[in-house]
Design a protein around this ligand. Structure first.
Ligand SMILES: *Cc1c(COP(=O)(O)O)cnc(C)c1O
Length: 375
């Protein structure tokens, strides 16, 4: 028997009727672009994320690009972000013509290291070529970055702060969502994310009304109040009505799914902590959405091969950090290199994780992983 890395069908079966009804409603009213479900979902999402405003957009990458556009971040500007993340974090910066400056990670949480951030800001200021403008903190694998420390640094240097919560929408630290500290939270509804739709989608959350108004215009070609007068150069980046309808049904069970993911993560940690190099560690006071369950082993390639032989899929996030990738290798990094990022990239491997993973299946994954980690 082979199993799924993320079993989306199990979730679909649970809310099949709700989703079928929601889709039939959209097909009947026919307002496929900016239909009523988009606004309804945006207000439900804002409530869930304790934000004043939420705006849907086409995907999580656009959510980042639109945020940078709203602040007119572009050529000559430095944006500080981790290298140990999905490429889109840095891509959004580079596509704006700004310069991503890569920061090292905290070795336990895999999130931005505040000391490395502080060092990179000083270095950019000392060189005097780029203007420091913003920090993009990523909530990797589902857990919040160290926002109290990062926010203090951003404030001290007058930098905007974005939380790239594509993997962690719904995660909290000391009971607060990242937006408690950040100017903007962005997220992605790519199907494999904890809150995913059935295609591409994304959103931007903020408490700043002026920023919300600007981004609302930017996502629809820079629209103004007069239908025939566009007041700025924007994008076509809307969330589809169908996806909003699907997301409304999924958001209704999301809290419950986060609890289920936590129980599965706890079982994994119990079963594996004495047998692998590292199991995930969530900061005290943190609630992760467990987008990934990432462990470290001596030899991830042979571990993956062993698991594969037993029909168990694994994935490597991330064997090649962004600062080592062809399109990004020329951008600056903090200090003399990102030693902790490089170190983590050599040993991480992620196990199947979704809210519907059954105990007997998980026990088989744990047993196989224990054997595979010895090789
Ligand atoms: C998935 C992801 C994105 C991009 O989201 P898309 O919807 O695929 O554009 C951005 N940042 C991080 C950290 C991600 O994991």
């Amino acid at each position: 028997m082979s199993l799924e890395f993320i079993d989306l069908q199990a979730q679909r079966l649970r809310i099949k009727d709700e989703i079928d009804t929601a889709l039939a409603t959209v097909l009947d009213h026919g307002r496929f672009v900016m239909g009523p479900e988009v606004g309804a979902f945006e207000s439900a999402l804002a409530d869930f994320g304790m934000a004043k405003y939420a705006l849907g957009c086409a995907n999580g990458t656009d959510a980042l690009i639109l945020s940078l556009m709203a602040w007119r971040i572009g050529p000559g500007d430095a944006v500080f972000c981790p290298s140990f993340t999905y490429c889109a974090t840095a891509e959004a910066v580079a596509i704006r013509g700004a310069t991503p400056v890569f920061i090292d990670i905290d070795r336990e949480t895999y999130n931005i290291c505040p000391q490395s951030l502080e060092q990179a800001i000083s270095e950019v200021k000392a060189r005097g070529v780029l203007r420091p403008r913003a920090v993009i903190a990523v909530d990797l694998f589902g857990q919040c970055a160290d926002y109290p420390a990062i926010k203090a640094i951003a404030d001290a240097h007058s930098l905007k702060l974005i939380s790239d919560s594509a993997q962690a929408f719904g995660a909290t630290l000391n009971g607060h969502h990242p937006l408690h500290w950040a100017d903007i939270t962005t997220t992605s509804f790519f199907p494999a994310k904890p809150l995913g739709c059935y295609g591409d989608g994304g959103a931007i959350l903020t408490n700043d009304e002026a920023l919300m108004t600007e981004i609302d215009s930017l996502r629809i070609h820079g629209k103004g109040t007069d239908k025939y007068d566009n007041v700025r150069v924007g994008l076509n980046s809307r969330l589809d009505t169908m996806q909003a309808a699907i997301l409304l049904a999924k958001l209704a069970i999301f809290d419950d799914e986060i609890k289920a993911r936590q129980a599965i993560a706890d079982r994994y940690i119990d079963g594996l902590k004495d047998h692998v190099l590292r199991v995930p560690k969530v900061k005290n006071g943190g609630q992760s959405t467990w987008a990934q369950f990432t462990i470290e082993v001596q030899n991830p390639a042979s571990f993956a091969a062993q698991m594969g032989e037993a029909g168990i899929p694994t994935a490597r996030y991330y064997p090649k950090p962004i600062h080592k990738q062809t399109a990004y290798a020329h951008f600056p990094v903090a200090g003399n290199g990102l030693a902790r990022t490089d170190d983590a990239s050599h040993s991480v491997i992620s196990l199947p994780m979704h809210p519907y993973l059954e105990n007997d299946v998980q026990d088989r994954i744990i047993e196989t992983a224990i054997k595979a980690a010895k090789i």
